[in-house]
Design a protein around this ligand. Sequence first.
Ligand SMILES: Cc1ncc(COP(=O)(O)O)c(C=O)c1O
Length: 359
Amino acid sequence: MAKSGQHGGNVIQMAQEHGLKPEQVIDFSANINPLGMPHSVKQAIIEQLDCVEHYPDIDYLKLHQAIAAHHQMPVQQVIAGNGATELIFLWANHIKPKKALLVEPSFAEYRRALARVDCEIVQFNLRESEQFALTPKLLDALDTSLDALFLCTPNNPTGLMPDHNILLAIVARCHALDIALFIDESFIDFMGNTPSLVAQLADYPNLAILRSLTKFYAMPGLRLGYLLSSNEALLGQMRELREPWTINALAALAGEVLFSDTQFVKNTLHWLEQEQTFVWQELSQLSGITMYRPSANYLFFKHLEPNSQLQAQMMKHGILIRSCANYPTLNQQFYRIAIKSRAANIQLISALKEVLHHG
Ligand SMILES: Cc1ncc(COP(=O)(O)O)c(C=O)c1O
């Protein structure tokens, strides 16, 4: 089991530890769209609630067709999962890499999925001295001894999106070296028109792209994600061997309707454009922290106090921020915060100012 402190969103336990009720805490530790689940999805679920009285379609055909149509891809190149997380484990379990390269810091579940298949893990560390940017140095770290590479774009927790040309060079090099490349684009929907690597799928069967629908569509409790790859044989095997019905009927229904809600996408991007700028402008002025410019719906920063207790101090203001102390290569000075509604962001900013003695 994942340890409770390993991810954000751990409001109940954190509230308890600080003598608060969960409803007294504003959660900035999980990066979920504050607009909430689209009304169109809620409506569909309410109207079709009775669908839970039946088993879902074991092939989830309508769901896969909706995802395939959204990306204009053949349906055989799509596999949906119970959250993106299920697909990280499923993919690792099918590729069974003997040796994989992980870029750190990044999302913790890649390492756990690889550990399950006894994979040797080699670490490529992003450097604070290079502002945690992914540089072409990664290309030099790729060689034929590797079977797999995981990349998170934009990266979690740093919030940084690698340069597209570097990503294209990595895709080509992994192909040439026969390295299975897993690209996690779970937060890319928050980046509007930023180019994804989906366009490369047709030419590179070694490439798999992961998307989560739980963050952008604010449904982490419902669970839905998908993986795209032109390696139809691999996806066929994954379908064949996985447990049946891992996606519940309501999550499948949500996935069938959510791509039609283009207004929700516009509203989300509009909110984020405003709030990303607002929070960045306010926080980047503060002394005592180093902020990294965000590309998605969360910000990463360093508290310049070696014995930082910022998470506990912010909890005194009823604000839960994500400590990044448990990421390889990071320590208790690094934090991640979600971008939320204007009202919540104002509370965060004023609490942070007070804690950092600016208020
Ligand atoms: C980078 C990244 N990928 C995948 C996931 C898993 O998302 P899901 O809720 O769809 O399982 C997360 C969740 O935090 C994440 O941060």
